[in-house]
Design a protein around this ligand. Structure first.
Ligand code: NIG
Ligand code: FE
Length: 411
């Protein structure tokens, strides 16, 4: 049966299927149709247009959207939602004056989460993670990437990736899995870091390939974490196993990880809080999507990604949450879009493009989600009655989403 959304005040992000991403000045344009209808059949968008031209459908299910807007779901291309417990104590420690770096150096941070996860069963980890996934779906996310990286042993990394696989099987939403064994060095490898890289390459990756557990490979390329050459080793090994690189770079320092990732054909480079002119130059002419994570900047009080410099250089930009227990315990893409406008001086049009079509590109999901396009999945949300699409980022902290649809069905 066909489902038709009628009297849509404004249908947002309507695109032809050949548009895979938007860059530079194109980001300021957000194509919409006012007073629109949208038709869905067999999980997919089959038609849309102005209410004046609505065809007659037999035995359709009608949803009246008077006064409300319809958006394609948010595409969150960077999360770490499979983790155990939380790091609330470190949050309080930071309030009391410790830095994120100081906490990590005394064995907190990623290693703290890894210890918790190693002691949590796969079933329990699935329970905790599926709650987070349900939460973000209700906040409008309709496609998501999830990383491993809080295991740091062969067994624990596999445990995370198996949980992601189970989430893929049990949830309607497209999920991409990223192997991030190179997230931090376990304490026992502190003096022999290359030996841990050997574990990643010779023990973790072959098992991951055997069970077909990952789509992408990631590394935390940062001072005190993985050097550029260690990151390159991990990328090369991942590529040999068919995994596409998506790399954490330039969160605290600019050390050349961005350039190395671009040269190696990374699908995305993520974080980018600290960007030099050379970093921006390196992105030009590449197909690598820069991804900004403003909730992380907010939570850690670190600089925001210089979105204006990136967009003014005619580059594209995507927005994602980074949902994780240490630097961003929030998976709210609405807050991300608001923060991008408020703190990074992106216009509502730029921020919405960055959180939908460009986010889809950063997950290799451009053909499935990210815009209102014939043939794409009917993953979308209907807003409450709002005066304009810009009201969504403007009314930060409020939830303007009234209902969420995945594969054409209300969830
Ligand atoms: O993307 N930067 C590296 N990894 C995570 C946070 C790690 C943590 O503190 O748990 C991030 O921000
Ligand atoms: Fe991250």
């Amino acid at each position: 049966m066909v489902t038709i959304l009628i009297n849509i005040k404004e249908l947002v992000q309507v695109r032809d299927k050949n548009v895979k991403k938007v860059s530079g000045k194109e980001m300021a344009e957000l194509p919409t149709i006012k007073n629109a209808f949208l038709a869905i059949e067999k999980e997919r968008i089959i038609n849309y247009g102005s209410m004046e031209e609505i065809p007659s459908y037999q035995s359709a299910m009608i949803v009246d959207c008077k006064g409300k807007m319809v958006f394609p779901s948010w595409c969150d291309s960077h999360t770490h939602i499979v983790y155990a417990g939380n790091r609330e104590q470190e949050f309080v420690d930071r309030i009391n004056g410790l830095t994120y770096e100081e906490i990590a150096n005394r064995g907190g941070g990623i290693l703290n989460s890894a210890k918790k996860l190693q002691n949590t069963s796969e079933e329990e980890l699935y329970e905790q993670s599926s709650k987070r996934l349900k939460e973000i779906i209700q906040l409008g996310t309709g496609a998501v990437e999830i990383k491993s990286g809080y295991g740091l042993t062969v067994d624990a990394e596999l445990k995370i990736l198996r949980v992601i696989k189970k989430l893929k099987e049990n949830f309607q939403i497209p999920i991409k899995a990223t192997f991030l064994g190179a997230h931090a060095f376990p304490t026992e490898y502190k003096e022999n870091k290359d030996a841990y890289i050997d574990v990643i390459i010779n023990e973790m990756l072959p098992e991951i390939t055997k069970e077909n557990l990952a789509d992408f490979i990631d590394a935390f390329c940062e001072t005190g974490y993985f050097s550029v050459s260690q990151t390159e080793r991990v990328i090369d090994a991942g590529k040999k196993h068919g995994l596409v690189p998506k790399i954490h770079v330039n969160q605290f320092t600019s050390i050349g990880g961005l350039q190395a990732s671009v040269v190696k054909g990374a699908l995305s480079v993520d974080h980018l809080e600290i960007m030099t002119d050379d970093d921006i130059e390196a992105l030009k002419g590449s197909d690598t999507m820069p991804v900004a994570l403003p909730s992380c900047s907010y939570f850690l009080s670190i600089p925001y990604t210089p979105a204006r410099d990136i967009i003014n250089a005619e580059l594209p930009l995507a927005l994602a949450t980074d949902y994780n227990p240490g630097s961003t315990p929030s998976g709210n893409m609405n807050f991300v879009v608001s923060s991008a406008c408020i703190k990074m001086k992106m216009t509502p049009e730029e921020a919405i493009n960055a959180a939908t079509i460009n986010g889809a590109f950063a997950m290799n999901l451009s053909d499935e989600v990210g815009s209102i396009t014939k043939g794409k999945k009917a993953n979308l949300f209907i807003t409450k009655e709002i005066p304009s699409y810009g009201f969504l980022p403007y009314s930060f902290g409020s939830n303007v989403i009234e209902s969420v649809y995945l594969n054409g069905k209300r969830v």
